[in-house]
Design a protein around this ligand. Sequence first.
Ligand code: ASP
Length: 432
Amino acid sequence: MKLPKLSLQLKIFIGLILGIVYGLLAIYFDISEFTHDWIKPWGTIFIRLLKLIAIPLIFVSLVQGIASMTNISQLSRLGYKTLALYLTTTVIAISVGLFAVGLIKPAQSFPTDRREQLQEMYQDQIGDVITDASVKDKSPLQVLVDIVPENIIGASANNRNMLQVIFFAFLFGISVVMVGREKAASVINFFDATNHVLILMVQLIMKYAPYGVFALLGSMLVELAGDSVSSTLDLLGALGLYALTVMVGLLFLALVVYPLAARFIAKKKYGEFLRAILPAQLVAFTTSSSVATLPVTMAQCENELKLRPSVVSFVLPIGATVNMDGTSLYQAVAAVFIANIFGFDLTFLQQLTIVLTATLASIGSAGVPSAGVIMLVIVLESIGVPAAGVALILAVDRPLDMFRTVINVTGDCLVCAIVDRTENEKFDEGNL
Ligand code: ASP
């Protein structure tokens, strides 16, 4: 009997469910060492494969996307539109976060004795987080300075320097357009062909996705439970309402804001939209990294959502780096939660400061696991709350990271669909 062929979506989903089942069994039968030695490496290999392809894909697809534009004015229209949409969705996400945290007030039910306990537990990690985020003694223009790489090979060596790679790709792509199609023909052909090859590499890597997702989730559950399942559950309980607030905010984006934008602006049925990008969401959930997920996000938007390749290769690499709706919402909730626990009652002006700094902080967060919590330090400092307060929320950060990364990726796809639709109209009008 021939078994029916399962779609990639379904296979990844099965991998995810089996990973959870395995993780729970491994905790129950206490086989954490076996899981660490023999299961986790398969997950690590999957993340490495995705990261391996991320920098070449971002570079090649951006150059190819930009070079496919006919002139600089088309490019700048696309650029402004993309950035404006990314900023708008981020500000909406932060407002939803502030509203949710104001409504649920998770700090009120937080047991005060837990504050010292949590701060002690995360004492060691907090030093690293604060040093990583440290902006003291630097010019306010440092953010801009950091975008310009000194050396492109050096910048490409670290997935955290994605903005620098994007900067170089922009400069290169714009120069190709300015040189003109005729003179730059062989460069354009080279990037076109390389792009095809990279896309095929992504498809090959995705065949491994169900197994990678299984191994990642299974081993992560075991690690989360740690040595003592009961004390972990106890801690999660104290932070439960805070985690719930973040989740309510994220769900509001996913179930109210995005469907409306999909229906009325992108003119897409939200159910179909979600079905098309589901593999990307599942990979985002398990890897907690929008950059690692980027190859899958691009493949789904192009092949399943049927968005134009030139729009996909322009909008998504930028989005994976700068547009993080889930992260910015989470930063707003976390900042208010920590501030309230420290006894601060935030004024309207401080809330506005959160909108501004969380926007910048989410742009500055690299699309890698836990980047959001590092940049949260900046949001806290801007409203005068001790950065060490980050220790209070670290215990539940990993699971929340998984959910906010799903929203980050979903937001990118939505903006891509909107840009594609509006650019299509321009095509129809013959404006290009
Ligand atoms: N992990 C998130 C991402 O890659 C960033 C964060 O919120 O930590 O999109």
